[in-house]
Design a protein around this ligand. Structure first.
Ligand SMILES: [Zn+2]
Length: 102
């Protein structure tokens, strides 16, 4: 893992003002589970700096759920077989051979 400078999510990246609580929080759920079948839920927050008005979003926390940490058998998800859908194209418009008025 690359060494990253630990920055607090509630600190304005523009001026460094410490903003307490985020204006809004929401969660992002990863649609793909990891190797151990766990789903990563990322908690995001949007902040507005009261000092300079800068708005930004930051990851508040990441939660892994859906699997047992450590012990437990590794369950591999069953590979889904691709379904082949065949469309019948035999049905074509037939010209109606109606006898017109002569
Ligand atoms: Zn600021």
């Amino acid at each position: 893992m690359p060494r990253r400078k630990k920055s607090e999510p509630g600190v304005c990246p523009q001026c460094g003002t410490k903003v307490g609580d985020p204006d809004r929080t929401w969660t992002l759920v990863s649609p793909i589970p990891d190797k151990k079948g766990r789903i990563t839920v990322t908690v995001m927050g949007s902040f507005t700096c009261p000092n300079c008005g800068y708005k930004w979003r930051a990851v508040l926390s990441k939660i892994k759920t859906g699997g047992d940490e450590g012990a437990g058998p590794e369950e591999e998800p069953e590979p889904r077989e691709g379904e082949v859908i065949e469309i019948d194209l035999d049905e074509i418009y037939k010209e109606v051979g109606g006898g017109g008025p002569s």
